[in-house]
Design a protein. Structure first.
Ligand SMILES: *Cc1c(COP(=O)(O)O)cnc(C)c1O
Length: 417
């Protein structure tokens, strides 16, 4: 009988065994969390009486798409919001976030990010990077951000800037993106919102990308007015082929809908063209799939820490998203790791990742992604800029077992040759 790790050296088998034993209680915690989130999603499906015909969808204008409306009600139930816009017409997370922001902001208004510099692609939406054409700044919307104080939001500076700028929208980015700061837990987001409320009644917007179901409470339950994310990350459960979601107060979601479609049309049109079934099923699977990815990240943190590398978060840290970073301090090891992730992917396993120039990045970037849905980062993938200290960002994994097999083989190649 073959065993997945039969050809591993005994030393590596021992490290894997020690890692498994060390992280077991943490994995059990994640299983408990998956149970709560699965229950929440199942309750929503039952409440909205989803039936076989809900999954069919519409074509053309998409008038009276009952299933689409029900899916949006399911999202409202899970995220505890008045309204939701969940559509396959959103081409990416960036598009979804941009739609929400363009919906709310008018010339002369200000936008303030309180969690440091926004995610790379959002900088082009805002107009602080790229050619600025069509950006928020091009539309005479003011923008500023509050520099983080290490892993914490700088409340004093935040309040000073809020008083000076009187922003219409205050943005919080939950996940770290490609920054060195830690991701913000929902508890921390609750405190940020509480502090904002002492000085401002601005609209509070949360970029929830990578965050969904990685805790049992979501930012909309602790005071966020509007929140958005991608369906080819957590919320699509690995099954959604495209799409995004916006959830929040009814008037704000409606404004976003005028940007996605057109004023006068709003939420009433938008065909689901055969995508509804996977959007429903993906959302149903999302708690479990997100749990698998987080368990994979805990294994990564545990084993690489045992092998003497700096990792963030640590295996036993509280988590609020999927991202795991490993510091290789060695360009060759970093590239080799990406090669192994690619080699142990179900799709494109024969492709060789090569560090390359990428628009918007000063250094070359190495990436590995062998995914069923192109670019889907709920699936196991990694990337990072080729600069000291050579940090790779790992995310996703549809099954914990896939991540474990791939990471163990990467460790063998990197440290046991
Ligand atoms: C992924 C991500 C985005 C952008 O989503 P895309 O689908 O890549 O356009 C924005 N913000 C954060 C925090 C993200 O993780």
């Amino acid at each position: 009988m073959t065993k997945w790790n039969a050809a591993f050296p005994d030393k590596l088998k021992e490290v894997i065994k020690e890692t498994d034993e060390m992280i077991a209680p943490k994995l059990a915690e994640i299983d408990e969390q998956v149970l709560d989130n699965q229950n929440k999603v199942l309750e929503a499906f039952r409440k909205e009486s989803i039936d076989e015909s809900s999954l069919l969808g519409t074509t053309g204008y998409g008038d009276d798409d009952r299933g689409r409306d029900q899916l949006e009600d399911v999202y409202c139930d899970v995220f505890k919001t008045e309204a939701a816009l969940v559509r396959p017409q959103f081409v990416s997370g960036t598009h979804t976030l941009a739609t929400a922001l363009f919906g709310m902001l008018r010339p002369g208004d200000n936008l303030l990010y309180v969690t440091g510099e926004p995610y790379d692609t959002m900088q082009e939406v805002i107009g602080t990077a790229g050619n600025k054409k069509g950006s928020l700044i091009d539309y005479k919307i003011g923008f500023d951000y509050v520099e983080m104080d290490g892993d914490k939001v700088n409340f004093d500076l935040m309040k000073k800037k809020i008083k000076e700028q009187n922003p219409k929208v205050i943005a919080i980015q939950r996940s770290r993106g490609y920054s060195v700061r830690k991701s913000l837990t929902v508890k921390e987001i609750a405190e940020i919102i509480k502090q904002i409320k002492t000085v401002s009644d601005a609209i509070i917007f949360v970029d929830n990308c990578y965050g969904e179901f990685s805790e049992t409470v979501e930012p909309t339950e602790v005071g966020a007015d509007i929140m958005a994310g991608s369906l080819i990350k957590n919320a699509g459960g690995g099954l959604a082929k495209v799409g995004g979601y916006i959830v929040g107060k009814k008037d704000l979601v409606e404004l976003a809908s005028y940007c996605l479609t057109a004023p006068g049309i709003g939420t009433s049109e938008g065909p689901t063209v055969g995508r509804l079934s996977e959007m429903f099923q993906g959302f149903f699977l999302a708690p479990r799939v997100t749990g698998n990815a987080i368990k994979g990240a805990i294994f990564e943190a545990g084993i690489f820490e045992k092998l003497g590398l700096n990792v963030s978060p640590k295996w036993n840290d509280d988590r609020t998203d999927l991202i795991q970073t490993i510091e290789f301090n060695d360009p060759d090891k970093m590239v080799k790791f990406a090669e192994m992730v690619q080699k142990f992917s179900p799709i494109d396993s024969n492709v060789l990742p090569v560090p390359s120039e990428m628009s918007g990045y000063e250094d070359k970037v190495v990436m590995a992604a062998g995914t069923f849905v192109s670019g889907a980062s709920i699936e196991f993938s990694c990337d990072g800029p080729m600069r000291a200290p050579y940090i790779i960002y790992i995310q996703g994994g549809l099954t914990f077992e896939h991540v474990k097999i791939a990471i163990a083989n990467a460790c063998k190649e990197l440290f046991f040759k």
